[in-house]
Design a protein around this ligand. Structure first.
Ligand code: ADP
Length: 176
């Protein structure tokens, strides 16, 4: 046991968040209860086609987490583990839904730990009501004109409507 002030516990929750889902938000809420500060960070992958640009994803995350005082939203610059160290986080949060997530997530966690041993990955189980939600599935439903309001935070819906409008007016659907 140590006396005096302890360091604040800061965690980083990285992801694409290309269509923030109720599953992501459930994890954000639960993790923000555990840690003093949670940095939710959007990873930039220039090779991955996305529906929303990084700026749009940041705005969506900021809106959806506005009521959570200890949550900050950021863009990941460089390697995730390096970014974790930069924001003072020694924990990376990742969500586990099914066995299908496990192999990839384990590989990622072990690789990250080999790069920086001071940063631990902590897995959180998906909530029962959102365990089958994935951004790609929700985007597929939306793409085909389906109602996705049960799957995403309410604040995401106007952004989807705007995308639909852009698509109707002939603008490219994916972010550049
Ligand atoms: P990435 O491209 O980095 O996997 P995602 O935005 O798809 O980014 O996911 C970020 C994290 O959130 C991952 O750890 C993923 O397993 C987790 N996640 C995604 N959907 C859910 C969900 N419905 N419930 C809990 N965790 C989830």
């Amino acid at each position: 046991m140590t006396d005096g002030a302890r360091h604040p516990r800061i965690a980083l929750y990285p992801g694409s968040f290309d269509l923030l889902s109720n599953g992501h938000l459930d994890l954000i809420r639960r993790a923000s209860d555990i840690f003093d500060k949670l940095v939710v960070a959007v990873g930039v992958n220039p090779h991955k086609e996305t529906l929303f640009s990084v700026e749009e994803r940041l705005e969506i995350l900021r809106e959806a987490t506005a009521d959570l005082e200890n949550v900050e939203v950021a863009t990941i610059e460089g390697l995730t583990v390096d970014f974790a160290a930069k924001v003072g986080a020694n924990v990376i949060i990742r969500g586990l839904r099914a066995v299908s997530d496990f192999e990839y997530e384990l590989q990622l966690a072990i690789t990250n730990r080999q790069i920086n041993q001071k940063v631990e990955t902590v897995f959180m189980a998906a909530g029962p009501g959102v365990i089958f939600l994935s951004s790609s599935m929700i985007k597929d439903v939306w793409d085909l004109g389906g109602d996705v309001s049960k799957f995403v935070p309410e604040s995401v819906l106007p952004h989807l409507d705007r995308k639909r409008g852009q698509r109707r007016s002939g603008s490219p659907l994916t972010a550049t």
